[in-house]
Write a protein that binds this ligand. Structure first.
Ligand code: MG
Length: 313
């Protein structure tokens, strides 16, 4: 995973010294060895993912196999940022539709919402469309979301503050469109409580946000049991995290397309090979190689390396 800045500091100062010399039988054991540490999900997820890769490479199994995934490819969509105006947004969306994406997510914020989403819906009446507010609204904005009920959206993602499950439940009660939580859900416990109080009807799972694949699978399992659809979000992963997200999204509860676009959506070149391409049916293949099914390209990695550090036991 993307161990930059703070995450790298946490990794080198706290996680690595706690693990050097320890025996680990399963990646699932990692959190037990890190009980002294609170938070820092990205750093945890990075180390846990390395353990999954190691386990797969040693046993000859793909990550998908280790997770019990049978699907060979998963449905994906693309996330589109806020554009200068509604016309520009329609043009950007048209480019992605032409590239083969069958599901598009639009970022919205106050003042840049209803007009833009209506314009895209007019231009693409059949497109599977959803919006993501990244916590930009509060409960007084309910009329904006009620107006979106007419647009046939798959979901409205994280409209309110990330630490406010109660107001999400109040908002969901006034809408027909399902709410989906992203930033609010940092653990399986959060997911269970959000579902219990009706704060959402769908959950976006990101392994980096929840501290790794172990917690991501736990959230998937409890949602699957309760018939809550889940989908896999994106955190600008390189090919390393992208490979893991594709394997995860093969689990049966992932019934909505993920924000797992092709490598070229965000990267001119990637540190891992092979890169991921979009199939004609808006899917991407689940990697089949051992471990993550990708290899680090040392030349590409050297091009983006800012600093080296050796952690020794
Ligand atoms: Mg989001």
């Amino acid at each position: 995973y993307e161990t930059t800045g703070t995450a790298w500091h946490i990794l080198s100062e706290f996680i690595a010294p706690a693990l050097v010399g320890k025996t680990i039988d399963s990646p699932m054991d990692l959190n037990g060895l890190l009980v002294f540490m609170r938070g820092h999900p990205l750093a945890r997820a990075g180390v846990e993912l390395a353990l999954w890769d190691l386990m797969g490479k040693r046993t000859g199994a793909s990550l998908a196999h280790l997770l019990g995934v049978a699907r060979r490819r998963v449905e994906v969509g693309v996330s589109v940022g806020i554009q200068p105006d509604a016309d520009a947004l329609v043009r950007v969306v048209a480019g992605y539709v032409e590239a083969g994406y069958a599901r598009v997510k639009l970022k919205i914020k106050p003042g840049r919402d209803l007009t833009e989403v209506q314009a895209v819906r007019r231009a693409f009446p059949q497109l599977r469309l959803q919006v993501d507010a990244n916590s930009a609204y509060d409960l007084e904005d309910v009329s904006v979301f009620q107006a979106m009920d007419d647009l046939g959206l798959l979901l409205i993602e994280q409209p309110l503050a990330e630490d406010d499950l109660i107001d999400h439940a109040r908002l969901q009660a006034q809408l027909a469109t399902p709410l989906c939580l992203d930033e609010s859900i940092l653990s399986a416990r959060h997911a269970a409580q959000a579902v219990e109080i009706g704060a959402c009807q769908i959950i976006n799972i990101k392994p980096g946000r929840v501290g790794g694949l172990g917690e991501a699978v736990a959230i998937h399992d409890l949602c699957h049991e309760r018939r809550i659809p889940v989908w896999c979000g994106g955190m600008l992963e390189t090919g390393v995290g992208r490979a893991a997200n594709l394997a995860l999204a093969g689990l049966p509860g992932f019934t909505l397309p993920g924000d797992i676009s092709a490598t070229d959506r965000y990267y001119a070149f990637d540190i891992a090979q092979p890169s991921f391409r979009l199939n004609a049916d808006s899917t991407i293949d689940v990697p089949e190689g051992r471990g993550l099914g990708v290899e680090i390209d040392p030349t590409a990695l050297a091009r983006v390396t800012l600093r080296r550090e050796l952690v020794a036991g």
